[in-house]
Design a protein around this ligand. Structure first.
Ligand SMILES: [Mg+2]
Length: 372
């Protein structure tokens, strides 16, 4: 499958099992991490820089004042001797380890990750479930409008109420036909449809599409132009009245802050999609949330990219606006636990200790093979 920018057939990822010297029922506790879709594996950087720093550190340097594993302290060790800037080069590698460390910390406490995050970083009162939307509507050879409609009907049958489709991989006329076809499935309700251009458009094209689709009243218009072209986003936001969304290709606090400073993002309607797994993990994501708060943004305007179980826990614990979901895509890493039920467009993170990847049978098989 492909979006407006890339073909996914060669996409791979890094998976990590962090085997600890903590034992429960005679078995070592293991933290799992993986990188979210959209960026390739970061294994070489992990093996050559990030892991040696972590593994060579004295054990006590990884503990907080209560003697418990501190993912935040581990983060600082992993980033030792890294210059500022150039975040995308290593943010995936650090994100994979940050995820594994949080999985391990929550397992050591014997609680699901959302509970651990809420108790350590939140208000102790996490959301019980999270808004999720179904992302699909990719371009594929031979895929007809009827196929696209059938795909979207399948999402609705699966319990989703809001769906997302790709644009920008065809001309405007064809994309408008595709949008109208999906709107038919949604009873004409544009507020249940998002469109995603994956950063493809120059300013003129972004504005042209904006004029063509504004009247549909869509849920959001995603990543119209290059993720680092803040001025394009700002100019688009001056004329496009409905919400825009972007941020899945920003990998640091500094990049997200530039989006807020220069990207014309409107805190009363727009959405921030930074994906914690791709951008240095939860440790950095908390800094992004703090920055947004200082700029007058609610955490409810954050809906992370990626459709994975890690962000689902973060969304529930830190009261985000929701989480992406890719029903059936990016397997086995993507998606939620096998027993997760989407009802009314919402899903609960589940109560397995840690992230709960043990509840994803196909993925757990892969992860277990890393250490047994
Ligand atoms: Mg996107």
């Amino acid at each position: 499958m492909r979006n407006a920018y890339i073909d996914f057939s060669k996409m791979d990822c890094t998976v990590v099992a962090l085997v600890s010297d903590m034992f429960v029922d005679g078995k070592p506790l293991v933290g799992y991490g993986f990188n979210s879709n959209g960026r390739y594996n970061a294994t070489a950087i992990l093996e050559e820089r990030i892991l040696p720093r972590l593994l060579n550190a004295p054990g006590e340097d990884l503990l907080d004042e209560n003697g418990e594993l501190s993912p935040e302290k581990a983060w600082s060790l992993m980033m030792r001797d890294e210059k500022p800037g150039g975040h995308g080069e290593r943010s995936v590698a650090v994100g994979v380890m940050d995820m594994a460390l949080h999985d391990l910390a929550a397992k050591a406490a014997g609680v699901p990750l959302y509970r651990w995050i809420s108790d350590h970083y939140g208000d102790g009162d996490p959301d019980s479930d999270v808004f999720v939307y179904a992302a699909g509507g990719y371009y594929a050879p031979g895929k007809t409008l009827a196929d696209l409609q059938a795909e979207m009907r399948g999402f609705l049958d699966g319990g989703y109420e809001v769906v997302k489709m790709k644009i920008g991989g065809a001309g405007l006329d064809e994309d408008l036909r595709r949008i109208e076809a999906v709107l038919q499935v949604l009873d004409g309700d544009g507020g249940r449809l998002m469109v995603d251009a994956n950063g493809k458009f120059d300013l003129d094209t972004a504005l042209e599409y904006g004029r063509a689709i504004d009247g549909y009243g869509l849920f959001w218009y995603e990543e119209a132009g290059d993720p680092l072209d803040y001025r394009l986003n700002a100019v688009l936001s001056e004329s496009y009245a409905n919400p825009v969304a972007t941020g899945e290709n920003l990998f640091s606090l500094q990049d997200a802050r530039n989006l807020i400073r220069y990207g014309g993002m409107r805190p009363d309607r727009d959405f921030i999609q930074v994906d914690p797994a791709l951008s240095y993990g939860l440790t950095e994501y908390r800094r992004v949330l703090d920055m947004l708060k200082r700029h007058g943004w609610s955490s409810r305007r954050c809906v992370p990219h990626g459709g994975h179980q890690f962000s689902l826990h973060i969304a529930a614990a830190l009261k985000l606006g929701g989480n992406e979901s890719y029903p059936g895509e990016f397997q086995p890493t993507g998606g939620f636990t096998d027993d997760a039920v989407i009802t009314g467009g919402r899903v609960a993170p589940g109560d397995l200790p840690g992230i709960g990847l043990e509840g994803k049978a196909d993925f757990h098989k892969v992860l277990r093979n890393l250490h047994s």
